[in-house]
Design a protein around this ligand. Structure first.
Ligand code: PNS
Length: 159
């Protein structure tokens, strides 16, 4: 049984995240998508909302589970019998930071990190840009799932 984790903030989940999650789901027995609970950083969506959105947009994958964690990712891995972290690499700019985390996680707990190159359609995509563009009235359709798009519009209208 190979159980892997796709960790992140997912504020909110984008089509780039979904691309990596679905490809990981096709390769491993179980994929745990783990939302970081970050008490020092307030997101646009609460952790509960992010989890709910992730559940909705991954419902077609029987082997994808959504969870949340705080503290070290390697501790979450140990508690949940996870041996590897799956990360998407968009561009060289991601590489240095991701490499440091991967090496640190391996050093701490022998947790492996496996990188997938993102679909080039989404290589420029990140949640913070989606939020910024949507906040100023730009069009982000096609970059996030439909359900996220409507929740995003609703949330920004409330602001
Ligand atoms: O979507 P993000 O914000 O780029 O995800 C970053 C995340 C959650 C993968 C990373 O910050 C993380 O693993 N945080 C948990 C704390 C931890 O383990 N820190 C040590 C990393 S070597």
């Amino acid at each position: 049984m190979h159980r892997v984790v796709c960790p992140g903030s997912f504020d909110p989940v984008t089509n780039g995240h979904l691309d990596i999650i679905s490809r990981a789901a096709a390769m491993y027995d179980e994929v745990v998508v783990a939302v970081l609970i970050n008490v020092t950083k307030q997101g646009l969506f609460t952790v509960d909302e992010r989890v709910e959105l992730l559940r909705e947009v991954t419902s077609q994958y029987g082997n994808v589970k959504i969870d949340r964690f705080h503290g070290l990712l390697v501790d979450f891995c140990a508690t949940n019998g996870i041996t590897a972290v799956i990360k998407g690499l968009r561009a060289v700019s991601d590489f240095e930071y991701e490499m440091q985390m991967a090496q640190m996680n391996y050093r701490m707990a022998k947790v492996e990190t496996l990188f997938m190159t993102t679909n080039p359609l989404y290589s420029f995509l990140r949640s913070s840009l989606v939020k910024e563009i949507a906040r100023y009235g730009g069009d982000v359709s096609g970059l996030v799932p439909e359900t996220v798009l409507s929740r995003l519009r609703q949330r920004l209208a409330e602001e």
